[in-house]
Design a protein around this ligand. Structure first.
Ligand SMILES: Nc1ncnc2c1ncn2[C@@H]1O[C@H](COP(=O)(O)OP(=O)(O)OP(=O)(O)O)[C@@H](O)[C@H]1O
Ligand SMILES: [Mg+2]
Length: 254
Protein backbone atom coordinates (compact mmCIF):
# COMPACT_ATOMS: atom_id res chain seq x y z
CA UNK A 1 0.00 0.00 0.00
CA UNK A 2 1.11 3.54 -0.68
CA UNK A 3 0.80 6.61 1.51
CA UNK A 4 -2.39 8.58 1.12
CA UNK A 5 -1.29 11.22 3.57
CA UNK A 6 2.19 12.07 4.71
CA UNK A 7 2.70 14.39 7.67
CA UNK A 8 6.17 15.66 8.34
CA UNK A 9 7.45 17.59 11.37
CA UNK A 10 4.09 19.21 11.85
CA UNK A 11 3.75 22.04 14.37
CA UNK A 12 0.62 23.96 15.26
CA UNK A 13 0.46 27.09 17.36
CA UNK A 14 -2.71 29.10 17.79
CA UNK A 15 -2.23 32.82 18.24
CA UNK A 16 -4.53 34.29 20.86
CA UNK A 17 -4.63 37.96 21.83
CA UNK A 18 -2.07 37.76 24.58
CA UNK A 19 -0.38 34.40 24.09
CA UNK A 20 0.37 31.42 21.91
CA UNK A 21 -1.15 28.00 22.41
CA UNK A 22 1.18 25.29 21.21
CA UNK A 23 -1.28 22.55 20.27
CA UNK A 24 0.84 20.01 18.37
CA UNK A 25 4.55 19.40 18.02
CA UNK A 26 6.80 17.15 15.97
CA UNK A 27 4.01 15.10 14.40
CA UNK A 28 5.27 12.61 11.82
CA UNK A 29 2.71 10.24 10.41
CA UNK A 30 2.04 8.26 7.27
CA UNK A 31 -1.54 7.22 6.57
CA UNK A 32 -1.84 4.40 4.08
CA UNK A 33 -4.28 4.48 1.20
CA UNK A 34 -7.42 2.73 2.40
CA UNK A 35 -6.33 2.68 6.03
CA UNK A 36 -8.77 3.12 8.91
CA UNK A 37 -6.78 5.25 11.34
CA UNK A 38 -8.22 6.07 14.75
CA UNK A 39 -6.81 8.85 16.93
CA UNK A 40 -7.33 8.85 20.69
CA UNK A 41 -5.97 10.88 23.60
CA UNK A 42 -7.06 13.01 26.52
CA UNK A 43 -9.07 16.17 26.02
CA UNK A 44 -6.90 19.01 24.74
CA UNK A 45 -4.09 16.90 23.26
CA UNK A 46 -4.77 18.23 19.76
CA UNK A 47 -6.94 15.62 18.02
CA UNK A 48 -9.43 18.08 16.56
CA UNK A 49 -6.59 20.42 15.66
CA UNK A 50 -4.93 17.70 13.61
CA UNK A 51 -8.24 16.81 11.96
CA UNK A 52 -8.91 20.44 11.08
CA UNK A 53 -5.49 20.78 9.53
CA UNK A 54 -6.02 17.61 7.48
CA UNK A 55 -9.44 18.92 6.46
CA UNK A 56 -7.83 22.10 5.17
CA UNK A 57 -9.54 24.39 7.68
CA UNK A 58 -6.29 25.60 9.27
CA UNK A 59 -2.74 25.81 8.01
CA UNK A 60 -0.10 24.36 10.29
CA UNK A 61 2.52 26.76 11.61
CA UNK A 62 5.31 24.34 10.74
CA UNK A 63 6.08 21.19 8.80
CA UNK A 64 4.36 19.84 5.75
CA UNK A 65 1.54 17.55 4.71
CA UNK A 66 0.99 15.87 1.42
CA UNK A 67 -2.13 14.19 0.08
CA UNK A 68 -1.58 11.74 -2.78
CA UNK A 69 1.97 13.01 -3.06
CA UNK A 70 0.99 16.67 -3.51
CA UNK A 71 1.10 19.47 -0.93
CA UNK A 72 -2.25 19.46 0.83
CA UNK A 73 -2.77 23.17 0.16
CA UNK A 74 -2.97 22.34 -3.55
CA UNK A 75 -5.44 19.51 -3.10
CA UNK A 76 -9.02 20.54 -3.68
CA UNK A 77 -11.59 20.32 -0.92
CA UNK A 78 -13.74 18.05 -3.02
CA UNK A 79 -11.80 14.91 -2.16
CA UNK A 80 -12.30 15.33 1.59
CA UNK A 81 -15.35 15.24 3.81
CA UNK A 82 -15.65 15.91 7.51
CA UNK A 83 -18.11 14.81 10.17
CA UNK A 84 -17.70 17.15 13.13
CA UNK A 85 -17.78 16.60 16.87
CA UNK A 86 -21.19 18.28 16.83
CA UNK A 87 -23.46 18.01 13.87
CA UNK A 88 -23.11 20.93 11.50
CA UNK A 89 -26.13 20.70 9.25
CA UNK A 90 -27.58 23.47 7.13
CA UNK A 91 -30.69 24.50 9.11
CA UNK A 92 -32.46 25.78 5.99
CA UNK A 93 -32.22 22.43 4.23
CA UNK A 94 -34.18 19.26 4.96
CA UNK A 95 -32.39 16.04 5.92
CA UNK A 96 -32.52 15.05 2.26
CA UNK A 97 -31.31 18.48 1.16
CA UNK A 98 -28.38 18.21 3.53
CA UNK A 99 -27.38 14.78 2.20
CA UNK A 100 -27.75 16.06 -1.36
CA UNK A 101 -25.48 19.02 -0.74
CA UNK A 102 -22.13 17.37 -1.48
CA UNK A 103 -23.63 15.63 -4.48
CA UNK A 104 -24.67 19.01 -5.87
CA UNK A 105 -21.10 20.22 -5.37
CA UNK A 106 -19.95 17.25 -7.38
CA UNK A 107 -22.34 18.23 -10.17
CA UNK A 108 -24.46 15.10 -10.01
CA UNK A 109 -27.83 15.37 -11.76
CA UNK A 110 -31.01 15.80 -9.73
CA UNK A 111 -32.48 12.36 -10.28
CA UNK A 112 -29.31 10.47 -9.47
CA UNK A 113 -28.68 12.78 -6.52
CA UNK A 114 -32.05 11.95 -5.07
CA UNK A 115 -31.45 8.25 -5.50
CA UNK A 116 -28.02 8.32 -3.83
CA UNK A 117 -29.17 10.59 -1.00
CA UNK A 118 -32.17 8.37 -0.24
CA UNK A 119 -29.97 5.28 -0.25
CA UNK A 120 -27.72 6.76 2.43
CA UNK A 121 -30.64 8.07 4.47
CA UNK A 122 -31.98 4.52 4.46
CA UNK A 123 -28.61 3.24 5.63
CA UNK A 124 -28.85 5.45 8.72
CA UNK A 125 -32.55 4.55 9.10
CA UNK A 126 -33.88 8.03 8.43
CA UNK A 127 -35.75 7.55 5.15
CA UNK A 128 -39.02 8.49 6.86
CA UNK A 129 -37.50 11.78 7.99
CA UNK A 130 -36.10 12.85 4.63
CA UNK A 131 -38.30 15.96 4.47
CA UNK A 132 -37.75 17.06 8.07
CA UNK A 133 -35.65 20.11 8.87
CA UNK A 134 -32.78 19.72 11.38
CA UNK A 135 -34.67 21.57 14.14
CA UNK A 136 -37.39 18.92 13.99
CA UNK A 137 -34.92 16.07 14.48
CA UNK A 138 -33.30 14.81 17.68
CA UNK A 139 -29.57 15.34 18.26
CA UNK A 140 -28.81 11.72 17.39
CA UNK A 141 -30.88 11.92 14.24
CA UNK A 142 -29.08 15.07 13.15
CA UNK A 143 -25.76 13.31 13.66
CA UNK A 144 -26.99 10.43 11.51
CA UNK A 145 -27.89 12.92 8.77
CA UNK A 146 -24.37 14.35 9.05
CA UNK A 147 -22.94 10.85 8.67
CA UNK A 148 -25.19 10.10 5.68
CA UNK A 149 -24.13 13.37 4.08
CA UNK A 150 -20.43 12.50 4.40
CA UNK A 151 -20.83 8.93 3.14
CA UNK A 152 -23.13 9.87 0.24
CA UNK A 153 -20.49 12.16 -1.06
CA UNK A 154 -18.00 9.27 -1.19
CA UNK A 155 -14.89 11.28 -0.49
CA UNK A 156 -11.43 9.83 -0.97
CA UNK A 157 -10.47 10.86 2.53
CA UNK A 158 -13.05 10.90 5.28
CA UNK A 159 -12.37 12.77 8.52
CA UNK A 160 -14.59 12.07 11.51
CA UNK A 161 -14.42 13.81 14.89
CA UNK A 162 -16.25 11.84 17.60
CA UNK A 163 -19.12 11.38 15.20
CA UNK A 164 -21.13 9.04 17.42
CA UNK A 165 -20.31 10.51 20.82
CA UNK A 166 -23.81 11.78 21.51
CA UNK A 167 -25.74 8.70 20.37
CA UNK A 168 -27.37 5.92 22.35
CA UNK A 169 -25.42 2.66 22.57
CA UNK A 170 -27.50 0.77 20.02
CA UNK A 171 -27.42 3.48 17.34
CA UNK A 172 -23.75 3.93 18.02
CA UNK A 173 -23.03 0.25 17.44
CA UNK A 174 -25.14 0.24 14.28
CA UNK A 175 -23.26 3.23 12.91
CA UNK A 176 -19.89 1.74 13.83
CA UNK A 177 -20.73 -1.37 11.83
CA UNK A 178 -22.09 0.74 9.01
CA UNK A 179 -18.92 2.81 8.99
CA UNK A 180 -16.75 -0.27 8.67
CA UNK A 181 -19.04 -1.64 5.98
CA UNK A 182 -18.98 1.57 3.92
CA UNK A 183 -15.23 1.80 4.41
CA UNK A 184 -14.67 -1.80 3.26
CA UNK A 185 -16.92 -1.37 0.24
CA UNK A 186 -15.62 1.99 -0.88
CA UNK A 187 -11.96 1.51 0.16
CA UNK A 188 -11.69 5.05 1.49
CA UNK A 189 -9.06 6.33 3.85
CA UNK A 190 -10.53 7.28 7.22
CA UNK A 191 -9.12 9.49 9.98
CA UNK A 192 -11.37 9.00 12.97
CA UNK A 193 -11.18 10.67 16.39
CA UNK A 194 -12.82 9.12 19.43
CA UNK A 195 -12.67 9.03 23.23
CA UNK A 196 -14.23 5.60 23.29
CA UNK A 197 -11.36 3.12 23.39
CA UNK A 198 -13.52 0.09 22.74
CA UNK A 199 -14.77 1.86 19.62
CA UNK A 200 -11.15 2.56 18.67
CA UNK A 201 -10.23 -1.14 18.81
CA UNK A 202 -13.44 -2.11 17.02
CA UNK A 203 -12.84 0.26 14.12
CA UNK A 204 -9.13 0.74 13.62
CA UNK A 205 -6.44 -0.81 11.52
CA UNK A 206 -4.11 1.29 13.63
CA UNK A 207 -4.60 3.49 16.68
CA UNK A 208 -2.55 6.64 17.22
CA UNK A 209 -2.37 7.83 20.82
CA UNK A 210 -1.73 11.55 21.17
CA UNK A 211 -0.60 12.89 24.54
CA UNK A 212 0.61 16.05 26.24
CA UNK A 213 0.29 19.74 25.55
CA UNK A 214 1.56 20.37 22.96
CA UNK A 215 0.37 16.99 21.74
CA UNK A 216 2.85 14.45 20.41
CA UNK A 217 2.39 10.95 19.07
CA UNK A 218 2.83 8.94 22.23
CA UNK A 219 2.16 5.49 20.82
CA UNK A 220 0.99 3.59 17.75
CA UNK A 221 -0.98 0.39 18.20
CA UNK A 222 -1.69 -1.93 15.29
CA UNK A 223 -5.00 -3.74 15.69
CA UNK A 224 -4.20 -7.24 14.48
CA UNK A 225 -7.68 -8.68 14.95
CA UNK A 226 -9.45 -9.99 11.85
CA UNK A 227 -12.94 -8.76 11.01
CA UNK A 228 -15.82 -11.13 10.48
CA UNK A 229 -17.79 -11.33 7.25
CA UNK A 230 -20.23 -8.72 8.50
CA UNK A 231 -17.23 -6.43 9.13
CA UNK A 232 -17.35 -6.76 12.90
CA UNK A 233 -14.81 -7.67 15.54
CA UNK A 234 -15.58 -9.82 18.52
CA UNK A 235 -15.33 -7.59 21.59
CA UNK A 236 -14.95 -10.70 23.78
CA UNK A 237 -11.92 -11.95 21.83
CA UNK A 238 -9.04 -12.02 24.37
CA UNK A 239 -6.90 -10.05 21.93
CA UNK A 240 -9.61 -7.36 21.77
CA UNK A 241 -9.59 -7.03 25.55
CA UNK A 242 -5.79 -6.96 25.59
CA UNK A 243 -5.57 -4.19 22.97
CA UNK A 244 -8.24 -2.15 24.71
CA UNK A 245 -6.19 -2.37 27.90
CA UNK A 246 -3.00 -1.42 26.07
CA UNK A 247 -4.76 1.60 24.53
CA UNK A 248 -6.23 2.64 27.89
CA UNK A 249 -2.78 2.54 29.47
CA UNK A 250 -1.24 4.49 26.59
CA UNK A 251 -3.90 7.21 26.93
CA UNK A 252 -3.04 7.41 30.64
CA UNK A 253 0.56 8.03 29.62
CA UNK A 254 2.10 4.57 30.02
N1 LIG B 1 -9.31 27.87 17.60
C1 LIG B 1 -8.46 27.77 18.63
N2 LIG B 1 -7.80 28.85 19.11
C2 LIG B 1 -6.93 28.74 20.12
N3 LIG B 1 -6.62 27.60 20.74
C3 LIG B 1 -7.24 26.50 20.32
C4 LIG B 1 -8.18 26.50 19.25
N4 LIG B 1 -8.62 25.24 19.04
C5 LIG B 1 -7.98 24.50 19.96
N5 LIG B 1 -7.15 25.21 20.72
C6 LIG B 1 -6.25 24.73 21.77
O1 LIG B 1 -5.45 23.70 21.24
C7 LIG B 1 -5.32 22.61 22.13
C8 LIG B 1 -5.84 21.34 21.48
O2 LIG B 1 -7.24 21.48 21.25
P1 LIG B 1 -8.06 20.40 20.42
O3 LIG B 1 -9.42 20.94 20.25
O4 LIG B 1 -7.30 20.03 19.22
O5 LIG B 1 -8.06 19.17 21.45
P2 LIG B 1 -8.80 17.77 21.37
O6 LIG B 1 -7.77 16.70 21.55
O7 LIG B 1 -9.65 17.70 20.17
O8 LIG B 1 -9.71 17.80 22.69
P3 LIG B 1 -11.17 17.16 22.97
O9 LIG B 1 -10.92 15.71 23.22
O10 LIG B 1 -11.61 17.87 24.19
O11 LIG B 1 -12.04 17.40 21.78
C9 LIG B 1 -6.08 23.03 23.39
O12 LIG B 1 -5.16 23.56 24.29
C10 LIG B 1 -7.03 24.10 22.92
O13 LIG B 1 -7.28 25.04 23.92
MG1 LIG C 1 -11.75 17.54 19.85
Amino acid sequence: MSSKVSIQNLEMEYTLKDRLVHALTDINLEIEDGEFLVVVGLSGCGKTTLLNILGGFFSPTGGSISLDGRPIEEAGRLNRAVVFQEYALFPWRTALGNVEFGLEMKGIEKEERLEIAMKYLELVHLEKFAHFYPHNLSGGMRQRVAVARAYAYEPEFLLMDEPFGALDAQTREDLQSLTVEVWKKTKKTIFYVTHNLSEAVFLADRIIVLAGQPGVIHKEITVDIPRSEDFKRDVFDPRFVELEKETTEAVRGN
